[in-house]
Design a protein around this ligand. Structure first.
Ligand code: DQA
Length: 147
């Protein structure tokens, strides 16, 4: 099984992007952390990062049938990423929205996410560790209910 790890604009430069807000972990560190979490299930991680919305939409189309769930940090597309939102609406597996920073402790324009109403859950403000939590939550969600 493959978990889709999706990061939006400006998240490819994590580690040197406003580290006082986003921490010093790089995207490669986060990929490794998520891979470690899901390895207990024998899952693999497919990581995609794009700065443009259309590329994220295309990746969702391409990988929707071949992935069991997704972790999505939309970056600033949380604010008005309507085509990302629509692509996620037709992405069937469960997915979780992650933000490294506590968006509600920041500027007003970050206080609402257009994709959050469609997410199975949202992890906010816990830094890179939030991606591990999201990975655990997706494994939990995919556990077949006991009889
Ligand atoms: C972010 C929060 C967004 O508001 C911001 O535009 C980002 C990063 C986060 O992970 O905290 O690019 O998604």
């Amino acid at each position: 099984s493959v978990l889709l790890l999706m990061n939006g604009p400006n998240l490819g430069i994590l580690g040197r992007r406003e580290p006082e807000i986003y921490g010093t972990d790089t995207l490669a560190d986060i990929e490794a952390a998520v891979a470690e979490e899901v390895s207990v299930r024998g899952w693999d991680v497919l990581s995609v990062q794009h700065d443009s919305e259309g590329d994220l939409v295309g990746a969702l189309h391409r990988h929707s049938d071949s992935t069991v769930g997704a972790i999505v940090n939309p970056g600033a597309l949380m604010i008005a990423g309507w085509s990302l939102r629509d692509a996620l609406a037709s992405y069937a597996p469960p997915w979780i929205e992650v933000h490294l920073s506590n968006v509600w402790a920041r500027e007003q324009f970050r206080h609402e996410s257009v994709i959050a109403p469609l997410a199975s859950g949202v992890v906010v403000g816990l830094g890179a560790f939030g991606y591990r939590l999201a990975a655990q939550a997706l494994m939990h969600l995919s556990t077949p209910a006991p009889l």
